[in-house]
Design a protein around this ligand. Structure first.
Ligand code: KMH
Ligand code: ZN
Length: 321
């Protein structure tokens, strides 16, 4: 494929639809940081359905302990969320295998291995994952674990070795589950290229380039360009590009990528904000905001069925929940 064809493939064209992923609750933020962070299974599921109604075609899911709000990667924590969502909307379900950075990969993979969703996340490299700057916000924490987890991130490696990556690929290999490849820095694109060249992952690769995690690449427009150019060079037409900007960088980075024909991820997992100093009250509010940006650019948002086609997914009924 020529450079020109690669550019055309990953550049905005009127017929190209943009996939909005919404990451509903995650494991980065803690309940005391925002009263709007969904915590219980009912809150997570209802917020996800609302985000889908607003235009998200993919729902990226984590679960939490309903009493403490601590990330909970047990399959039992996911089960009620999954059945509620499946009964109420047609969106693509994406289950995290990242869990929280302090969990083992064996623990992290369990819900996706059991429920065999259309998509699971796959983190493409080991890294520092510094959440401790959020201690400086003066939040009054309701639960002891919140400050402890943030503090512990000073000396924590989010472990995703080649062995771990292959472990996840093997655990989900037979399920037909495809991946959201989380790439937090340029080296992660090369790690993905390594497994791709070995034939362990199949195109089209859905690459989530992540900007602004302390330990990964920054949030400058040049960082976004560099990740895209590198992915273009390594994967050509064999990938679909998506972006996720952490915190206040969420919308500017989504706007930059959308203008370049990329797909976007929003949601309270990645940012608690809707504007400067203004907490987002729902996930749907962020979806509506990014949708306005996309449509303001003269582009269109993909439906779940269009997203399934673009990413070669197996279909909602093929999941095991
Ligand atoms: N929290 C994000 C920066 C995962 O769940 O596998 C990336 C993420 C990881 O969503
Ligand atoms: Zn996640």
């Amino acid at each position: 494929m020529t450079q020109r064809e690669i550019e055309l493939n990953n550049t905005a064209r009127p017929e190209r639809k943009i996939i909005i992923t919404c990451a509903i609750t995650g494991a980065i933020h803690t309940p005391s940081m925002s009263p709007y962070l969904p915590v219980t299974p009912e809150q997570i599921a209802a917020s996800a359905v609302e985000a889908a109604q607003a235009g998200a075609s993919i729902l990226h899911l984590h679960a939490r302990d309903p009493q403490t709000g601590k990330p909970d990667q047990s399959p039992q924590a996911f089960a009620p969320i999954l059945s509620w969502i499946k009964a109420r909307c047609n969106a693509v379900v994406n289950i995290t295998t990242g869990g929280a950075p302090y969990m083992t990969v064996q623990e992290r993979v369990r819900p996706a291995a059991l429920f065999k969703p259309e998509i699971a996340s796959l983190n493409m490299g080991s890294m520092n994952f510094g959440l401790f700057p959020m201690l400086e916000r003066g939040t009054e924490f309701q639960h002891a674990w919140e400050a402890e987890v943030l503090e512990a991130s000073r000396d924590l490696i989010f472990r995703n070795t080649f062995q771990d990556i292959e472990y996840v690929l093997k655990a989900l290999g037979e399920s037909g589950t495809r991946f959201e490849f989380e790439c937090y820095d340029v080296g992660h694109l090369y790690n993905l290229h390594h497994v791709y060249r070995r034939g362990l992952v199949k195109p089209p690769l859905f690459i989530q380039t992540v900007f602004g995690i302390l330990g990964g690449i920054g949030t400058h427009p040049e960082d976004v360009l560099h990740m895209k150019r590198t992915a273009d060079r390594l994967f050509g037409a064999d990938y679909r590009w998506s972006v996720l900007g952490a915190g206040r960088h969420q919308m500017p980075i989504a706007a930059q990528a959308a203008a370049m024909g990329g797909n976007v991820r929003v949601g309270l997992e990645d940012s608690l904000w809707l504007g400067a100093g203004r907490l987002a009250e729902t996930n749907a509010a962020q979806v509506r905001q990014v949708r306005q940006i996309i449509e303001g650019l003269g582009l269109a948002v993909a439906t779940p069925e269009e997203a399934r086609g673009m990413l070669a997914l197996k279909g909602k009924e093929a999941a095991a929940f």
